[in-house]
Design a protein around this ligand. Structure first.
Ligand code: HPA
Length: 284
């Protein structure tokens, strides 16, 4: 296992390698969560870089996560897709799983779209819904798994970054108007980050609801924390793949297969929503 903390040199070397593999100059980064990889099929004129080729990059071990950067054109913007992410539960230190965010920041992005598959806590939600993330509860971070723990790299951001508007209000407004035009209900709410990999017990679900969570998952908050540390603006979308179980029966279980299956239903709408917002992004 590599060191817990990233160095500026590692970020520089990884970004330098990626820059040498593409002629594009991406302005927007997009992280694709479990089962959401097919969004990348829409990218035109793409260069694909598998994670194992990139110096210091953490390699994904999970089914449903492709493990490559896809750089090209989507809805008129130069984008870099992080197609498949690593998670804390795979055994990487909290800071290592966020190296891809540091690298795309160094490539020059100003905006990051973060997507994930999540369990619905809000009783109005149904599998297949999309939820605009308005805020998060970084339970992992509050318990010590914050990716900014350790020496602060001052050239990347401040020791104590503000998180009061982690999810950019203007981007949220754009997502609402694109969904309205597309004619579907975009749910909204608070995403709770847990380290995983076990799904939640019914008592944990009741607790997460009581503290204000609408959806629960095992990613996103570390990446968004690092994005904000570096001054990148963020839009977050959860695909609700299953409803968290509070009245267990022997037949009812949450499985990774269910998460991937519902992901297939979510992909077409998510793709249109992302393209819709990209098409409206003002130049920065
Ligand atoms: N819990 C945690 N993470 C998840 C879930 C869930 O129910 N569904 C998809 N990711």
């Amino acid at each position: 296992m590599t060191d817990e903390f990233l160095t500026s040199r590692e970020v520089r070397e990884a970004a330098g390698y990626v820059r040498g593999q593409t002629g594009h100059h991406p302005q927007v980064g997009i992280i694709l969560g479990s089962g959401l990889s097919p969004v990348a099929q829409e990218v035109k004129d793409s260069d694909t870089i598998p994670y194992p080729e990139i110096p210091h990059f953490p390699v994904t071990t999970i089914e449903g996560h492709a493990g490559q950067l896809v750089i090209g054109q989507l809805a008129g913007q130069d984008v870099v897709l992080i197609q498949g992410r690593t998670h804390y539960y795979e055994g990487y230190p909290a800071q290592r799983i966020t190296l891809p965010v540091r690298v795309v920041q160094r490539l020059g992005i100003h905006t990051l779209f973060v997507t994930n598959s999540a369990g619905g806590l809000n009783s109005d939600f149904r599998p297949g819904d999309l939820m605009l993330i308005t805020d998060h509860i970084n339970l992992g971070g509050m318990a010590g798994l914050n990716p900014l723990r350790g020496p602060n790299l001052d050239e990347l951001g401040p020791r104590f970054p503000d998180m009061s508007q982690a999810y950019d209000p203007a981007l949220q407004a754009m997502a609402r108007s694109v969904a309205g035009r597309m004619g579907f209900t975009l749910r909204e709410g608070v995403y709770v980050y847990l380290a995983g990999p076990s799904f939640e017990t019914p008592a944990e679900i009741r607790f997460l609801r009581a503290i204000g969570g609408d959806a629960v998952g095992m990613s996103t908050a570390p990446e968004v924390t690092v994005a904000r540390h570096g001054g990148t603006r963020v839009m977050g979308i959860s695909g609700i793949t299953n409803i968290a179980i509070t009245d267990p029966t022997p037949e009812k279980q949450t499985t990774h297969e269910e998460v991937l299956e519902t992901g297939k239903i979510i992909v077409p709408r998510l793709t249109e929503l992302i393209k819709g917002v990209l098409a409206e992004l003002p130049p920065v």
